[in-house]
Design a protein around this ligand. Structure first.
Ligand code: FAD
Length: 487
């Protein structure tokens, strides 16, 4: 049997492992950490459980597809519920909005909370759908770097409709054209953060993102987000994938222009195919240090990072749901701080995720597990200890005011994740959440392809390469790698 080695057990590495076993490869995975999942892991503090990273889950069909490909019944591995409420929004001016998954309900509720007609919202969702349908098969499901992609009927259709894709304006400009109420513009601008970008820079085509949530739906896996990686990890083990934890790969071995294995210290492991799930920047700088570096790709600006407080809260709050957003009063100022000034504004938008609302074992009775996150720039050596101390105060003041309850004395247990720690734990360059940012209309073309154009049998998967970051796209990168290996 041919052998494949995968560097990293992040979600894309795990999904690639599953797919390559089904192509007949003997697959061995090397993971630096003691656990699988990379960014998608969990932490436990006392009686509280928290998902460590991702909390928004759309497109569960891409997880299901792995079980279908493997011909294994998913039911004993993975299950999820669709959420009827997508998010609870809180504004500094006292406005509150419950975003329903159902488009009609969303539109009717929006008519009450904002200066907008329900039909305008439905029209916006229809345009989102159209943008998604025109571009998904081109930008997300195939390699952008193979000529065959450009010869398909889908691509030609997308190119003919390029004018309606809003590639030449920003997401903010598209939303301003669609709506007049500043609070509603802010709500739809927020979707830029789904790939770690700024609404004032990212192209208007990103207005397709609401379609994922409002059409395909928002889901919570049973057992929390961590069960996504756990279930794929268990599936891979069932298929015979070999895992080596606490094992750092130091080098990719190249002989005569072909990847032939990896080096772990002085040990060499041979392989017919090598796939790196490590962030593309350290993959080149460390594992391929003596190879030609694709500088243009590696120098792309990075997406934002995050500052997260995991708080065990000794109280329950009826007004909160699974996903909650406390908007900043000045969104532009907040994004300028992140992407221009490389720091954090004093009034950041605060996201609170509370899985114990639906998973009762995630917090003790009468308590809640708050995952409290703000967007911050990547780590370029800022004084994080000072930023963390100041941000913690600002967040507590903001939430306490809007919820009309002093939060500080309710914090029973606490842990922290910052850009430095994300970088240390997952090797993500600068601790960015989604690889390169999409603050540029050419970003999609400047992500590294899923294969090496100079080294045979070397492939790349995960959030820092094509098609981009986030769970669904990472799972698609695994599919593209497996298609390329097969071809
Ligand atoms: P990663 O998770 O980056 O893992 C790479 C793995 O490779 C790590 O385990 C690392 O230890 C290992 N590794 C690296 N180098 C080596 C080496 N040399 N040898 C051995 N092993 C190595 N996405 C969403 O869809 N929804 C969200 O709500 C969301 N929120 C997020 C919030 C946070 C705080 C973070 C951090 C991310 C969030 N994301 C979200 C993004 C999502 O988590 C990532 O896009 C995705 O998990 C990245 O997966 P990956 O396969 O690229 O690998």
């Amino acid at each position: 049997r041919k052998k494949a080695v995968i560097i990293g057990a992040g979600i894309a590495g795990l999904a690639t492992a599953v797919r390559l076993t089904k192509l007949g490869y003997a697959v061995e995975v090397f993971e630096a950490n003691s656990y699988p999942g990379g960014k998608l892991s969990e932490i436990r503090i006392g009686e509280y459980r928290f998902d460590a990273g991702p909390s928004l889950f759309t497109m569960p069909q891409f997880v299901e597809e792995l079980f279908t490909v493997a011909d294994v019944d998913i039911s004993s591995f993975f299950a999820y519920d669709k959420k009827e409420i997508v998010c609870q929004y809180f504004y500094e001016d006292g406005t509150r909005f419950t975003a329903y998954a159902d488009q009609e309900l969303f539109a009717k509720a929006a008519e009450k909370s904002f200066d907008v007609k329900a039909q305008d919202i439905l029209d916006y969702f229809n345009k989102s759908k159209r943008k998604y349908n025109l571009t998904a098969s081109l930008f997300l499901e195939k390699s952008l770097h193979k000529a065959s992609t450009y010869l398909s009927a889908d691509t030609i259709k997308a190119i003919l409709n390029i004018g309606s894709l809003d590639i030449n304006s920003t997401l903010d400009a598209v939303n301003r054209k669609s709506f007049s109420d500043p609070n509603l513009i802010q709500l739809f601008n927020r979707f830029a953060t789904y790939n770690g970008s700024s609404p004032y820079k990212t192209p208007g085509i990103m207005s397709m993102i609401p379609h994922l949530e409002q059409y395909f739906g928002m889901f919570l896996p049973k057992g929390g987000m961590y069960s996504i990686t756990q279930s794929i990890y268990e599936l891979a083990k069932t298929l015979g994938v070999r895992f080596n934890f606490n094992t750092v790969v130091d080098r990719i071995l190249i002989t005569n222009g072909k990847a032939t294995g990896v080096a772990i210290g002085s040990k060499e492991v041979d392989a017919d195919v090598v796939v790196s799930n490590m962030d593309i920047v350290p993959t080149y700088k460390k594992l391929l240090a003596d190879q030609k570096q694709p500088d243009k790709v590696l120098n792309q600006a990075r997406s934002s990072s995050a500052l997260i407080f995991y708080w065990g809260i000794k109280k329950t709050f009826e007004s909160l749901d699974l996903h909650n957003i406390f908007f900043s009063a000045n969104y532009k100022k907040e994004f300028d701080a992140i992407f221009k000034d490389n720091t954090v504004d004093d009034d950041p938008t605060v996201y609170i995720n509370i899985t114990s609302k639906y998973e009762e074992n995630d917090a003790p009775k009468g308590c809640e597990n708050w995952f409290v996150m703000i967007n911050v720039p990547g780590n370029t050596g800022q004084d994080w200890d000072q930023i963390i101390e100041q941000s913690r105060k600002n967040i507590i003041t903001k939430i306490s005011k809007i919820l009309n309850t002093d939060i500080a004395p309710l914090i029973e247990v606490e842990e922290l994740l910052d850009p430095r720690k994300i970088e240390r734990k997952t090797k993500s360059y600068q601790g960015s959440l989604y690889g390169a940012s999409s603050n540029d209309k050419f970003a999609a073309f400047l992500r590294h392809p899923n294969f090496s154009s100079t080294i045979d049998d070397l492939y790349f998967c995960g959030g820092s390469v094509h098609p981009g970051g986030g769970i669904p796209l990472c799972l698609l990168s695994a599919k593209i790698v497996s298609d390329l290996v097969q071809s």
